[in-house]
Design a protein around this ligand. Structure first.
Ligand SMILES: Nc1nc2c(ncn2[C@@H]2O[C@H](COP(=O)(O)OP(=O)(O)OP(=O)(O)O)[C@@H](O)[C@H]2O)c(=O)[nH]1
Ligand SMILES: [Mg+2]
Length: 218
């Protein structure tokens, strides 16, 4: 029984990887960089995107794909930031997969883009397991989630080029041990780029946006 489940998972991931490779080839041909933005529900992914778009629109041609189980609430927020946005509803599914991104891209003019940002479904586990053909992943971890999360959910931090420690304005109200979290992150992934941000106060957002522009413009 256990063996069957493992084989099934391998088949699902194998099929996903094939479509992800096609997506990656398409993005390379069209010259568009793709970031897969992941993190727990409520960690601040959409708020970070709203703040990021304020800093990069006008310098980069950007579109956003929003992944959510239900509703278009996040897509409506991003639309107000003045960029093209496509909503994918997974109807309960805990992650986006490569085929969903492939379909969404049919409604986008990739030639007119420098950067495509994908906000994945809020979850620290499944999104890290499914390649969508992105160039790089980033993960948002909010201070209110606890400093133990990198070691408890290592894959997502190992896979991500950057981690955004968000809600740093709330640090004094929690027992989040910042040096310890930074140490764990660096142990798991020595080259991971760590940002400390507050989307309410503005800390760290310019540095994060500059890094993103640097990853996009080659
Ligand atoms: N204090 C504080 N609150 C923040 C910060 N960033 C986001 N929030 C708040 O956190 C809540 C969740 O933010 P969202 O951006 O919706 O989180 P999300 O990760 O997109 O959530 P899902 O899409 O549901 O997974 C909202 O009430 C935000 O206003 C921050 O830096 N500091
Ligand atoms: Mg969101």
């Amino acid at each position: 029984m256990i063996e069957l489940e493992i084989k099934l998972m391998k088949n699902i991931l194998g099929a996903n990887d094939e479509i992800a490779a096609l997506n990656r080839k398409l993005f390379a041909e069209r010259g568009v960089a793709v970031m897969n933005l992941m993190g727990s529900p409520g960690s601040g992914k959409t708020t970070l995107l709203e703040q990021t778009l304020r800093r990069i629109v006008g310098r980069l041609r950007v579109a956003v794909i929003e992944g959510d189980l239900f509703t278009a609430k996040d897509a409506e927020r991003i639309e107000r930031a003045g960029v093209d946005v496509i909503q994918i509803n997974t109807a309960g599914g805990c992650h986006l997969d490569a085929a969903m991104i492939q379909r969404a891209c049919m409604s986008l003019n990739l030639d007119a883009l420098d950067l495509l940002i994908v906000e994945n479904v809020g979850n620290l586990v499944c999104p890290a397991e499914f390649d969508i053909g992105e160039n790089f992943k980033a993960v948002v971890l909010s201070i209110t989630e606890g400093d133990d999360k990198p070691l408890k959910y290592p894959l997502i931090f190992k896979e991500s080029a950057a981690v955004v420690l968000n809600k740093i304005d709330l640090l004094e109200f929690t027992n989040f041990d910042l040096p310890s979290a930074r140490q764990d992150l660096t142990t798991l992934h020595p080259t991971i780029k760590i940002f400390e941000t507050s989307c309410t106060r503005g800390d760290g957002l310019d540095d994060w946006a500059a890094w993103l522009i640097g990853r996009t413009v080659r």
